[in-house]
Design a protein around this ligand. Structure first.
Ligand SMILES: CC(C)(COP(=O)(O)OP(=O)(O)OC[C@H]1O[C@@H](n2cnc3c(N)ncnc32)[C@H](O)[C@@H]1O)[C@@H](O)C(=O)NCCC(=O)NCCS
Ligand SMILES: Nc1ncnc2c1ncn2[C@@H]1O[C@H](COP(=O)(O)OP(=O)(O)OP(=O)(O)O)[C@@H](O)[C@H]1O
Length: 297
């Protein structure tokens, strides 16, 4: 294992502990920033943004901002738990507390359950890597899978979640399988699409986020879509996103009008690809964290 200069057991010099603490602060701040960037992206099909509430009538951008602020300390705690070498049982406890803080900040509305889970695990992986518990160049998703993948799969299942019901009915792996397998959709779909978007629309960061969002919707088996629209809803959503990409995505002049019409089609059917929204935030997070790590900053 590579020992990093940030390695900081209790006996480490105070300066090294302070450095690690600052780095963990930065990890959590970056995660929250990615949640807010996801929100500030429009038009995302059926999803809540700073412009409208998409297919939702119980939450809007203000609900999401309140939720992001409430869960920030827990993302920091997850980064620290990762740096401490914590097992999945400890991460799960912090995640459950974060869900409670989210529900209290939103009067009981589920704004960020999937995001707490996925981004929380990636924050823990970033903490582990900063503390030298993982090689400096190991991608965050691989760290999650290696350190906690088995326990994620074997862990207790929520019986009363909508996603759980969709999973049982349709056999979808959902957020747990995505995390346990190292976030293949983030690394294999979201990141390449984000990079493609940056290349074809330099200077328009929102366009790159839209390209990534549509690519994720086209690829993901999203339990939110299954819950609200069944297999037909999932197919409709994936086909519409695929058609947008096949016609050139954000490279095509007038792409915003096309994206807006896809958004309206989702709203008319009350479809909301919340899993893809979560993975968009995670794509932005790993793009920032894996880059920072590799440039040594
Ligand atoms: C595993 C969780 C997400 C269970 O939720 P649920 O049964 O509803 O799972 P499900 O996979 O269907 O969806 C949860 C959310 O993930 C997102 N999502 C949906 N589909 C997918 C997908 N294919 N891939 C990734 N995320 C998805 C959506 O936002 C959805 O609302 C989680 O709430 C949980 O177990 N929490 C306990 C705390 C914990 O273990 N935390 C770990 C450290 S943070
Ligand atoms: N911008 C966004 N808009 C909508 N959902 C999002 C957004 N960002 C993330 N999500 C994810 O979507 C999930 C919420 O979706 P949704 O409200 O459709 O599900 P639900 O609360 O289980 O059921 P219901 O269909 O009754 O509302 C959250 O877990 C959250 O992580």
């Amino acid at each position: 294992m590579n020992a990093s200069p940030a390695l900081s057991p209790p006996s480490a010099p105070a300066g090294a502990r302070d450095d690690l603490a600052r780095d963990l602060d930065a990890v959590a701040a970056s995660a929250v920033e990615c949640l807010l960037l996801e929100l500030e992206t429009w038009p995302k099909p059926g999803l809540v943004s700073h412009v409208d509430a998409g297919s939702h009538d119980d939450m809007d951008a203000a609900t999401f901002r309140a939720s992001a602020a409430a869960i920030a300390p827990y993302l920091r705690a997850l980064a620290e738990a990762g740096a401490d070498g914590s097992a999945m049982a400890r991460l799960r406890l912090i995640g459950i507390e974060a869900e409670a803080a989210m529900l209290s900040a939103t009067s009981g509305i589920n704004t960020h359950r999937g995001a707490i889970f996925g981004l929380g695990l990636l924050c823990a992986a970033a903490g582990a890597r900063l503390a030298g518990l993982a090689p400096p160049r190991e991608p965050l998703g691989t760290i999650v899978s290696r350190l906690w993948g088995r326990d994620i799969v074997d862990g207790p299942i929520l019986l009363h979640s909508h996603g759980g019901a969709a999973r049982r009915r349709f056999g979808a792996g959902g957020a747990r399988l995505e995390a346990a397998s190292g976030f293949p959709t983030v690394y294999g779909v979201g990141l390449p699409a984000l990079r493609r978007g940056i290349a074809v629309a330099p200077g328009d960061a929102e366009a790159a986020r839209i390209e990534a969002c549509f690519a994720l919707i086209a690829a993901l088996e999203d339990t939110n879509l299954l819950h609200r629209g069944g297999l037909d809803g999932l197919s409709f959503a994936r086909d519409a996103a695929r058609a947008f990409l096949d016609e050139g995505g954000v490279r095509r002049p007038g792409w915003r009008d096309h994206a807006r019409s896809v958004h309206e089609g989702f709203v008319a059917r009350r479809l909301s690809p919340g899993g893809s929204a979560d993975l968009l935030a995670m794509t932005l997070f790993v793009a920032a964290q894996d880059r920072d790590q590799q440039s040594g900053s």
